[in-house]
Design a protein around this ligand. Structure first.
Ligand code: MGD
Ligand code: MGD
Ligand code: SF4
Ligand code: MO
Length: 722
């Protein structure tokens, strides 16, 4: 596709709403008419957690164009800029093309191309040696969500390791725990029908979540519902809001508690709802008395009269008012409690399970493939989750605690690390510390599609086939508009790559674990498709790529017989379980530590064209953002003699980077901001290698007290002009 047309169509917001054809002038220039491309193979995007439905067209064996599949109500007929650029990942000349085994020192970049047999033999030998020396618990298996992640995780479990470490404790563990402890489940927010929406740092026009981003455009902006946004930065989302408040970082809980205070004081709660469904409202009434709007003004910098007015407007919109939860809650050490405060604010206006409110997620039923079960691991987890974070999900683990304990060698040594679809050197705060953890390993194996920074420091790199080259399990995407989606192969792998299932099978064969992986992907999805709520599930899925419910259902939990999955069976405003675990049963506000004079708090966020630390180097996307920079407030910058484009040195206790400055009014004076995804160490990522800087170098180790979720906005940095 023509680059300019691509850019016009993806536009400033970064997404195209409909299919884009091949430009006519392009076609005219060809002597031989191009064969038609047809409607496309239905499949599912893998470039971020949203998993939008795609129709992939192929011409002469090459992927020609990716279009949105209108049949998925969750992705709302949208394929964003990143989704479109997936073609460039497939044909990227710097892609991993065959297994690689390290021959020089770690990180030196000396590799030998290997056959799959050599790579499997090598890794299996190292894993078996680790098991013989330290037991299966001496191995760590870490991964980020993806449809083939299940095979990676199962390999770790079948191997006998308790140390399965998934990405939530870097992302959304605290928000999920806060909502589940209140409602027994994590709901969605009906932005299509809401009348009043408050978002605190959920940058939905740049941090895309489907269908919320599109519903914010269609449901909120076009219907002129009120949209209030709090963010220390003027983001694209701020620019679209009715009201934007550059809240002082780390003080959102004060704002929320003051809203609760006003709503209770002025008797604007949904009393009938509170009486019937909730526990602990009386304690809340007492609890919020000190949290006046004036108190919150002093904390947040938002005028008390505005907080009071917003609270009144919010309560007046009642069941159609939502304080949106946000997704990345790896912010502060009190993140769990801040999200609990949000959940309680939503509760008191009675928006639970109402059109335009908070709605418990529905699922599409699917079958399960029955594989041979393995014995439970004998050893406890190395992160000692049950002791350190008893309320959090032990099956996903806690990343930072894992790293602390591995570095200490306690409670036992962990000496081999397998990594799937994850780049811990960039995703985990304090890159230097993660490097030390890697150095402490006897063996590191990485499964990726690119030579990520983490892969660059590994011993063996297994190239996974690209999502457009493989068939993955059917996945259920829960929500108000739930869907089950299939990712099916569009083209055969163009290099010597394998899907994760076959990588797991290759290793399992050598580790004596074959019996647990004795099936094909086709058998797996056939079993899943059997229970889909359509006739001939598998055929339907292959033809449509998606089975979905396009009509929302409200009120299913609002019946007298319903018991919430909480200790009391009610919505828990006051939580005894929290009290028992030694935490505040109602959210107590404590002001965040302030940066000492001359230092700034570092905050993070996203742009629409980049996913995390990946994708910034894909040509179409790279042209949008060729390099990251450090946002610093204009007044602060001029006082320090810093101008846009000047090179600055940024230092925290974790590390130092050099990066160009962007002096701007679009950020508060007490913080600085840096985009993720640059300053790479892997020369294979050539457009972003040594370009800009990596935020992970600067971030210090801190976590949320209840969930163990990484707290990534707790680092203070020093900035000097170079
Ligand atoms: N400094 C900093 N750290 C953060 C964040 C931040 O904003 N700043 N955000 C946090 C959040 S919210 C999250 S969710 C995490 C995300 O953390 P990660 O999951 O580590 O994020 P990515 O950068 O997307 O890295 C994914 C890796 O998977 C590879 N990959 C992509 N597709 C495939 C595939 O199909 N198969 C395989 N095998 N590999 C594939 C990519 O090449 C890349 O190396 O990071 C967290 N950490
Ligand atoms: N394009 C794109 N979309 C994505 C992703 C991606 O990488 N790229 N990743 C996906 C994933 S895994 C996730 S978790 C989500 C993340 O999406 P979000 O949950 O929206 O999180 P972030 O984009 O990380 O944005 C955090 C925002 O909070 C602001 N902020 C910082 N401190 C404070 C504070 O104290 N108070 C308030 N109110 N605001 C604050 C920051 O300036 C930033 O704009 O996005 C998803 N969607
Ligand atoms: S939001 Fe974009 S990158 Fe994410 S799944 Fe959808 S199309 Fe793919
Ligand atoms: Mo995330």
């Amino acid at each position: 596709m023509d680059r300019r047309l691509f850019l016009q169509l993806v536009g400033a917001g970064g997404f195209a709403a409909t299919s884009i054809g091949c430009p006519k002038f392009f076609a005219r220039a060809k002597r031989v008419p191009e064969p038609p491309v047809g409607p496309g193979v239905p499949t599912t995007c893998e470039l971020c957690p949203n998993k939008c439905s795609v129709l992939a067209t192929v011409r002469r064996g090459r992927i020609h164009k990716l279009n949105p599949n209108p049949e998925n109500p969750k992705s709302r007929n949208m394929l964003c800029a990143r989704g479109n650029a997936a073609i460039q990942q497939v044909y990227d000349p710097d892609r991993l093309k065959q297994p690689m085994i390290r021959v020089g020192a770690r990180g030196e970049g000396k590799w030998k191309a290997a056959t799959w047999d050599e790579a499997f033999d090598f890794a299996a030998k190292k894993l078996a040696e680790t098991k013989a020396k330290h037991g299966p618990e001496g191995t760590l298996w870490s991964s980020t969500e993806g449809f083939q992640e299940v095979f990676f995780k199962n390999l770790g479990l079948a191997f006998g390791s308790p140390n399965i470490l998934r990405h939530p404790s870097l992302c959304l563990a605290s928000v999920n725990l806060a909502y589940s402890m209140t409602f027994g489940t994590v709901p969605s927010f009906d932005l299509q029908n809401a009348k009043y929406v408050i978002m605190a740092g959920a940058n939905r026009f740049e941090s895309i979540i489907t269908p919320d981003t599109m519903d914010l455009i269609g449901g909120v902006m076009e219907r002129k519902a009120k949209f209030v946004y709090l963010d220390p930065r003027f983001t694209v989302t701020a620019s679209k809001a009715d009201e934007w408040y550059p809240i002082k970082p780390g003080t959102d809980m004060a704002f929320i508690l003051a809203m609760i205070h006003v709503i209770i004081r002025e008797d604007r709660c949904d009393k009938a709802f509170l009486d019937q469904w909730t526990l602990g409202f009386d304690q809340l009434v007492e609890h919020v008395k000190p949290y006046t709007p004036e108190f919150a003004e002093a904390e947040t910098g938002i005028p008390a009269r505005e907080i009071t007015r917003i609270a009144r407007e919010f309560a007046d919109a009642g069941h159609r008012a939502v304080f949106y939860a946000g997704r990345r809650s790896s912010w502060y050490q009190n993140d769990f409690q801040m999200r609990r405060a949000q959940a309680i604010l939503n509760t008191i206006v009675g928006n639970w399970d109402r059109e335009g409110g908070m709605v418990p997620n529905r699922k599409v039923a699917k079958g399960e493939f029955m594989f041979l079960p393995w014995d439970d691991p004998k050893a406890p987890r190395v992160d000692e989750v049950e002791k350190n974070f008893p309320l959090t999900s032990a099956k996903d683990g806690v990343y930072l605690q894992t790293r602390e304990n591995v570095l200490k060698g306690a409670p036992y040594p962990v000496k081999a690390w397998m990594i799937y679809k994850q780049d811990p050197l960039n995703a985990v705060p304090d890159q230097g510390k993660t490097l030390r953890m890697m150095e402490a390993m006897d063996f590191i194996g990485v499964v990726d599609i690119a030579m990520s920074d983490t892969a660059w420091y590994a011993d063996v790199v297994f190239p996974e086939s690209h999502y457009l080259e493989r068939t993955d399990p059917i996945e259920v995407m829960p929500g108000i508009w739930p869907a089950a989606v299939l990712r099916q192969q569009v083209i055969k792998p163009i290099h010597d790559t394998l899907p994760m299932l076959e990588i797991a099978q290759g290793l399992a064969r050598r580790l004596g674990l074959s019996e647990y992986f004795d099936y094909t992907i086709d058998q797996w999805i056939e079993a899943e498709a059997k229970e889909l709520p359509v006739e001939n599930g598998l055929e339907y899925m292959k033809k449509h790529g998606v089975v979905a419910f396009s009509e929302p259902k409200y009120g299913t939990t609002r019946n007298a017989a319903y018991r919430f999955v909480t200790k009391s069976g009610k919505i828990e405003i006051f939580s005894e379980r929290l009290a028992e675990a030694g935490h505040d049963p109602l959210p107590v506000y404590a002001p965040p530590a302030q940066p000492p004079a001359g230092r700034f708090r570092m905050i993070l966020g996203r742009k629409a064209t980049i996913t995390h630390a990946a994708l910034a180097g894909l040509p179409w996307l790279h042209e949008q953002i060729p390099e990251n920079d450090l946002w610093i407030n204009q007044d602060q910058a001029s006082r320090m003699g810093i101008r846009t484009g000047d090179l600055v040195e940024v230092t925290s206790t974790a590390g130092t980077v050099r990066i160009k400055a962007r002096a701007t009014e679009e950020i508060r004076p007490d913080c600085v901001f840096m985009l993720h995804g640059f300053g790479k160490k892997s020369p294979w990522l050539k457009r972003v290698y040594n370009v800009g800087a990596a935020d992970a170098v600067l971030l210090e180790t801190a976590w949320d007290k209840v969930s163990g979720n990484a707290a990534m906005h707790e680092t203070f940095v020093n900035v000097v002009k170079v």
